[in-house]
Write a protein of this length. Structure first.
Ligand SMILES: [Zn+2]
Length: 217
């Protein structure tokens, strides 16, 4: 699932302009992707998706600023530039719990500051002005570290979404349905495969119910 797309490729796609630092380059590559998105075509479905986002935001009250856009096209849901969540209007066709899980996952990326966290990795490998002679020798190591962090961020966002579902009284089982609906995905540079995510979710779920049980005592 391409719910988060932070990649070293961003750099190759835009190419650094004069005296940009790595955060400028990353931000510009994400801006280009934002500009390319098509707005939702169906106002009714867009409203359904937005309503779920608002319900989540009001219930969780994360102390962050978020822009929420409903789009059409191939993206299911994704967080761009750290604080813009884009969600496809087709999420309106899913059961609300599944839609909430997917949106809450993105909200997890925003509220846990994943963009800034990833930015620090990039800045450490590519400090100061971005130049080819600086990026070429570190690209492989940077890619490895960024990929490892991206995977951990996916698990963290899934765990955030799971807690959000529990908080709103939705069955956490819908999280699994949301995954299965996408079909089994394999590991990518930015995302762990479906089996790993489900295993991690089950562990988080066990942790959540243990915590609930401890609280109930
Ligand atoms: Zn994600």
């Amino acid at each position: 699932m391409r719910w988060l797309h932070l990649t070293v490729l961003g750099m190759a796609l835009v190419g650094p302009a004069h005296s940009e630092d790595i955060m400028d380059v990353l931000r510009r590559s994400q801006d280009q992707r934002l500009d390319a998105l098509k707005p939702a075509q169906d106002a009714q479905r867009a409203q359904t998706v937005r309503a779920t986002f608002e319900k989540l935001f009001q219930a969780l009250k994360p102390e962050v600023t978020v822009e929420f856009r409903v789009v059409s096209g191939p993206i299911i849901a994704e967080t761009l530039r750290g604080d813009v969540i884009v969600a496809n209007e087709s999420l309106a066709d899913m059961p609300e719990g599944e839609r909430a899980f997917i949106i809450a996952h993105e909200l997890g990326h925003v509220s846990e500051g994943h963009w800034a966290q990833m930015g620090r990795v990039y800045q450490r490998w590519v400090p100061g002005e971005v130049t080819q002679d600086k990026t070429d020798p570190v690209a492989a190591m940077l890619g490895l570290e960024a990929s490892g962090l991206a995977h951990r961020q996916e698990y963290a966002a899934d765990a955030f979404a799971l807690q959000a579902l529990a908080r709103l009284g939705w069955s956490v089982d819908v999280a699994l349905s949301a995954f299965l609906r996408q079909g089994v995905q394999h590991d990518t540079a930015t995302h762990p495969g479906t089996r790993k995510r489900i295993a991690s979710l089950r562990a988080a779920q066990a942790g959540t119910s243990l915590a609930d049980a401890a609280e109930a005592k």
